[in-house]
Design a protein around this ligand. Structure first.
Ligand code: SF4
Ligand code: SF4
Ligand SMILES: [Zn+2]
Length: 570
């Protein structure tokens, strides 16, 4: 899969200091740095303790020895693809990758030559295939490992397993087996290992370890100063150009924390936190603690149980029908905004171009069509994840403990955008919460396999997922996307219809009856004509009948998308 261009890859390495540097010169030794060859877009992050434990656990399980044996700076580069795929960067080179095997539902370590050399150097005898001298040259020239050239191998190797190919004491390649060790013992011919990476000329030198965060910060001092002063200038300029209340949206994640720290160096903003009702308990706890620590009066917008109630209306939220963000996130923001900032506000958001193509296109200032009264601005738009972490380390800021536990993204725990790897980690961390969600998915009509392999994350599966489902022979369920029976609220339907000067049509009736009280519609009314009675919409006398609120109501929009509403005016 070709990665979209999201920005320049800034990752360099100072081989004298043995640390990554986000510039062509190291601020510590003044020496020139070298570009690190990684897969775009190159949004690298530091590996935390739990990441290293996980990598080593997998390396030991598969190869009998850990990859990382001493203290040194390790980075992870998330490669866009099917599920989790992180390149592991050690000493300025990619030493391997950790990927989530979506068929076996487990993490797998895939060594590169540099990683294999580190592992093989610890005298392990697991998952290796050794070849004769004359076969080695063919392999180095580009061929795979054929049975006649094999002189020894681990008899316990399985079919489709990652292996290290050696010749004498040297590691010459890494790859995947095409049949098992048992089958190989009886085979006289055939391709035993499909080679993925092979050795190039030159000795592989493993530099000294022992690098600390202090050393990392010293080497990046100039870069951090530069990005900080650029960001502060942007914040200042943006605030001065608008006569609007200044808000920072704080999610409990690293990007919004960096944004908050930056904006607070310029002004004292209002800080808005949305509790979607599906936040990690660790995030709620962290947000409370950091607010106390930073002495912040949080404005908390609560979504309550709207996500769970939304499932009963829309069916499960999917990547291709994502009603949950509107109901559980944007709605509460709209409600808080209508109460605290009715004339609009300037919202600093920790958005970065390296996160996605849409974000890369949006620029540093933008407006969200769902919340037209907020002007959004991101001072960290061009920062990579490593810029963020360096800044947070420099500031000595406490980050969400979930990062230390191996989570890369902090958000709702039932997000359909989650990778299977994230879901897997979540299940291990909070089995009881997962059980609740699993129960909801099963009662929605998904089969156990569909739940397990994550096919609930789409309403219509994309091609790759369709093929996976077929190859795994997964039984298809009958997910409910159509409405269950509901109680009719004639008064409310009449209220809406009267405001719009017409009859109670299908869309008006559904909106009135199924309203989740999310608040999305509030953001679209210029006349403050919307109120809530009994937790549901009620249109007041100031209404001008423009129907802007109606067109953006998730009930109308998504039930139209899934074919329940057959006709509406947006
Ligand atoms: S009517 Fe308003 S509050 Fe009710 S579901 Fe629609 S957008 Fe949300
Ligand atoms: S129809 Fe227009 S004026 Fe009336 S409540 Fe909706 S957005 Fe406000
Ligand atoms: Zn240096």
């Amino acid at each position: 899969m070709k990665a979209p261009y999201l920005g320049r890859i800034n990752l360099f390495w100072c081989h004298d200091c043995n640390v990554p540097v986000l510039a062509k010169k190291c601020a510590s030794c003044d020496g020139a740095t070298q570009k690190v060859q990684i897969t775009p877009p190159g949004d690298v992050r530091p590996a935390f303790e739990n990441d290293i434990i996980e990598i080593n656990k997998k390396a030991e399980e598969q190869f009998g020895a850990p990859l990382i044996t001493d203290k040194r700076i390790v980075l992870l580069n998330s490669v866009p693809g099917f599920d989790r795929f992180d390149e592991i960067i050690i000493d300025g080179v990619v030493a391997g990758a950790l990927r989530f095997d979506v068929e076996r539902l487990q993490l797998e370590f895939m060594p590169r030559l540099e990683g294999a050399v580190r592992i093989w150097g610890q005298n392990t005898q697991k998952s290796f295939v050794s070849v004769a001298e004359d076969a080695a040259q063919f392999i180095l020239d580009g061929k795979s490992v054929l049975m006649p050239g094999v002189v020894d191998f681990d008899r316990t190797i399985k079919d489709g397993q990652e292996v290290i190919v050696t010749c004498g004491n040297r590691v010459i390649a890494v790859g995947k087996t095409r049949f098992s060790g048992k089958a190989a013992a009886a085979a006289k011919k055939g391709m035993f290992v499909k080679v993925r990476k092979r050795a190039e000329n030159g000795e592989m030198r493993i530099p000294e370890g022992g690098q600390s965060r202090k050393k990392l910060l010293a080497a990046n001092k100039g870069v951090i100063q530069c990005i900080e002063s650029e960001a502060l200038a942007f914040v200042k300029k943006t605030i001065e150009s608008q006569d609007l209340p200044v808000v920072v949206s704080f999610s409990g994640g690293k990007d919004s924390l960096a944004t908050l720290l930056l904006v607070r160096k310029v002004t004292e903003p209002k800080v808005l936190f949305v509790d979607t009702g599906i936040e990690f308990p660790e995030t709620l706890d962290y947000v409370e603690k950091i607010s106390e620590e930073l002495n912040i009066q949080l404005l908390t917008a609560q979504a309550g149980d709207r996500f769970w109630r939304g499932i009963e209306v829309f069916g499960m939220s999917g990547r291709d029908c994502r009603w949950c963000c509107k109901v559980s996130k944007l709605g509460p923001v709209a409600k808080a905004a209508s109460e605290h900032f009715p004339k609009g506000f300037l919202n600093f958001i920790g958005q970065r171009r390296y996160e996605s193509e849409i974000r890369a296109r949006s620029g540093q200032n933008w407006r969200n069509s769902w919340l037209p009264k907020q002007l959004c601005a991101s001072p960290i738009q061009n920062w990579t994840a490593l810029h963020i972490w360096l800044y947070l380390f420099k500031e000595g800021a406490r980050s969400n403990p979930l990062y230390e536990r191996g989570f890369e993204r902090i958000g709702c725990w039932v997000c359909p955008s989650s990778s299977l790897a994230e879901i897997h980690s979540f299940k291990a961390l909070h089995p009881d919460m997962w059980q609740r969600f699993e129960g909801a998915l099963l009662s929605q009509g998904f089969t156990e396999d569909e739940v397990q392999f994550g096919f609930w994350r789409w309403q219509k599966l994309p091609k790759g997922q369709e093929h996976l489902k077929e190859s795994l022979n997964v039984e298809a369920g009958k997910p409910k996307t159509v409405l269950r029976p509901y109680k009719t609220d004639f008064e409310r339907a009449k209220n809406l219809a009267t405001a719009f000067g017409g009859a109670i049509t299908e869309d008006i009736s559904l909106r009135a009856n199924l309203c989740l009280g999310c608040g999305v519609c509030l953001a679209h009314c210029d006349h403050r004509a919307i109120e809530f009675r009994g937790g549901k919409i009620w249109i007041g006398e100031d209404c001008r009948g423009c129907r802007k609120c109606h067109q953006r109501c998730p009930i109308v929009k998504y039930l139209y998308q899934v074919g329940v509403i057959t006709n509406h005016d947006s």
